[in-house]
Ligand binder design. Sequence first.
Ligand SMILES: [Zn+2]
Length: 426
Amino acid sequence: MSTITTEIRISEMQQRPVTKPCRFCGAALRQTFVDLGMSPLCETYPLEADSYRGEIYYPLHVYVCEKCFLVQLEEYESPENIFGDYAYFSSYSDSWLKHCKAYCDMMTNRLGLNEDSFVVEVASNDGYLLQYFVQRGIEVLGIEPAGNVAKVAVEKGVRTLVEFFGADLAAQLATDGRCADLILGNNVLAQVPDLNDFVEGLKVLLKPSGVLTLEFPHLLRLIEHNEFDTIYHEHFSYFSLLTTVQIMKAHGLKVFDIEELSTHGGSLRVYACRIEDDTHQLQPSVSNVIAEEEKAGLASSEGYLSFTRKVQETKWALLEFLIKAARAGKTVAGYGAPGKSATLLNYSGIGTDLIEYTVDRSPYKQGRYLPGSHIPIYHPDRIQDTKPDYVVILPWNLKDEIMQQLQFIKQWGGRFVVPIPTVAIY
Ligand SMILES: [Zn+2]
């Protein structure tokens, strides 16, 4: 009797874990892209009082769909829980604000926007971008699910709806005659669990002659530059242009231009319009990027196989450096507390024994802890006060700006450590 029970257990264990189907095309997900172990939600920063309670860890197991090549993570926690009280205020980065103002100037000229135009931003955060359209007298509407950040936008004079965007909300706005000349979504596509409903909504809300721009981290750069720490539970999907074009097409939209941006480790800005709109010429930039992706193997399952090994190498190199520094009695602090630091530190198993503390300019994060590792977050003055030997720059995408701000650490012989793509000391 007991033998039979054991056999049943073994056969159950050998079964593959059941995953949800691909969130775009519905195919079964079988191929692992990378498995980063278990991690808590990366934008939930515990307070001192919470630090004695447990945190929920979810698998960071990323799959690639063998049919449409959408790289994706299962939705373990509802967006309401993730984004209800979101800690990310876009306006705390100077270089990001500069990028946004330049976008506003460029789009106003390119599309000839004026006082009669209407611009909608999906996931408008604290009004960091729409504020520049408001300054030009252009009517705007922000849609932002996180009440605490939306409140800041409204205080700035940026009209904002506290809602999740999808086909229903778009249809409601369209019925009210609120279709847009320009819809933009920056770093939101990855955070959408119901991708088809979201993209359908974008189409519905777009005027027949309207233009849509979406910015998102480019999967090709994530793979090339080993940016595995940009994978976290709040990002459900990771896009190549190949897959994006398919998704847009399935919803009656066509991609007609692409810009490659340096933001977030290499992003794409995709320009799209309705399929039937002939006013925008297909630019060679689109086929150029697709050709580059095909060359990198992103149009076949095999192209996704080697990523895991690169990720492991990075973890080992970072640990080697930090352990050596600790054994030599050096002090190591972090700079920044971005979402990606949670993936890097939890995957690598780094705690306060290796990085004593980190600092962040956002007052929301100061006095809290990094999720999982419980490395404390202080005001940036702490670096001047404690004079660490090494400062690990966790938001490595802003490393130039941060190294410039922190040049003073050179006075006591301090050095910078940039963990990604491979450990580098400056
Ligand atoms: Zn698929």
